[in-house]
Ligand binder design. Structure first.
Ligand SMILES: Cc1cc2nc3c(=O)[nH]c(=O)nc-3n(C[C@H](O)[C@H](O)[C@H](O)COP(=O)(O)O)c2cc1C
Length: 186
């Protein structure tokens, strides 16, 4: 074994690249978030870590709703723009076309192939960031990106985030929940 210690840091090998949508003072705003994942299966919940200083955090606080939008690799420029510029300084409402679903205050970005509508379940103050847990109220998906009733990763072509770099989805390695069946004890 030849390991070195790197010190504590908020590390994950790979992360999704998402756009968090929230109405701030009645205007749609989108920010990039990579610190996000699934939180619960029943009821369906997701969570995202949002720095307390973000303009988006104000909107989530204001309405108790938000959206997670899954951009495709072809939206990488618009997406990164929403991670470079704050809605506090520049109106980002025109970067994506907004529509609304069941929750009337969570803006959804039409250009993104998948949009997740969330109602805030809990907001946990963990330090610099709020871990916002949202109950998934509805998922909207482009018909062309759905196979057998489920979002299809190959058609969505989502953006993977790691090491300050955007990647697209690479090659399939094996099938989950079945690759392990090949395991043989030495
Ligand atoms: C790739 C990438 C990932 C990011 N992930 C997060 C995140 O998970 N949480 C967060 O608070 N900010 C994150 N940011 C920073 C915000 O997107 C950025 O500060 C944005 O301008 C905030 O917009 P707002 O002030 O309009 O809310 C990320 C930025 C980039 C470029």
């Amino acid at each position: 074994m030849d390991k070195i210690t790197l010190g504590p840091m908020p590390y994950m090998s790979v992360m999704p690249t998402l756009l968090v949508g929230a109405n701030v003072k009645g205007t749609p705003n989108y920010m990039v978030a990579a610190w996000a994942t699934v939180a619960c299966m029943a009821p369906p919940m997701v969570c995202v870590a949002i720095n307390k200083g973000r303009y988006t955090a104000q909107g989530i606080e204001e309405n108790g709703t938000f959206s997670l939008n899954v951009p495709s690799a072809r939206q990488v420029v618009e997406t990164d723009h929403c991670g470079l510029v704050s809605g506090a300084k520049e109106d980002k409402s025109g970067v994506f076309t907004s529509f609304y679903g069941k929750l009337e205050t969570a803006p959804l970005a039409e250009e993104c192939p998948v949009n997740i509508e969330c109602r805030v379940f809990q907001s946990v103050d963990v330090g610099s960031h709020l871990l916002i847990i949202g109950e998934v109220v509805e998922i909207h998906a482009d018909r062309s990106c759905v196979t057998d009733g489920k979002p299809d990763i190959a058609r969505i072509n989502p953006i993977i985030y790691a090491q300050a770099t955007y990647f697209d989805v690479g090659n399939q390695v094996d099938r989950a929940f079945s690759a392990g069946l090949k395991y043989r004890k030495e």
